[in-house]
Design a protein around this ligand. Structure first.
Ligand code: AMP
Length: 114
């Protein structure tokens, strides 16, 4: 059975509009539609991996590139202080089942996170 596409797959396939700020061969960076900080973007692999807990050794390159994309985006945009977040599981706040890194910046962050 073919699963319905997630919102991120639809954005990657250009079926749904989004503010894509950066694109590489295997990832996109887009502005979060419901920002939790003055800067809130999502770094998303083009190849669907459902959760960070689903990655295996075959995904090592994609996972490393995802981090590299996040840090490159920050560097290119002069963002020195930021938080990277991956929510895994509904208790942790995961709502879209397509791996993504949140990059949040532009305000003081509390710790521990809520
Ligand atoms: P998570 O709760 O960690 O799964 O994060 C999903 C994120 O995707 C949330 O921060 C949402 O605001 C964001 N989001 C959902 N739909 C869209 C969309 N169409 N464009 C941009 N961001 C979205």
């Amino acid at each position: 059975m073919v699963k319905d596409k997630t919102i991120f797959e639809k954005i990657i396939d250009r079926e749904v509009p989004a503010e894509i700020l950066m694109e590489t061969d295997d990832a996109i960076v887009l502005r979060d539609i419901n920002p939790q900080a003055p800067i809130h973007v999502l770094v998303i692999p083009k190849r669907k991996i459902e959760h960070i807990s689903s990655i295996n050794s075959g995904d090592a390159k994609v996972a490393a590139n995802l981090l590299l994309t996040a840090t490159t985006f920050a560097k290119k945009n002069g963002i020195a202080s930021y938080r990277l977040v991956i929510n895994n599981g509904s208790l942790a706040g995961e709502t879209v089942h397509h791996l993504h890194i949140h990059l949040l910046s532009g305000r003081e962050m509390g710790w521990p996170p809520g």
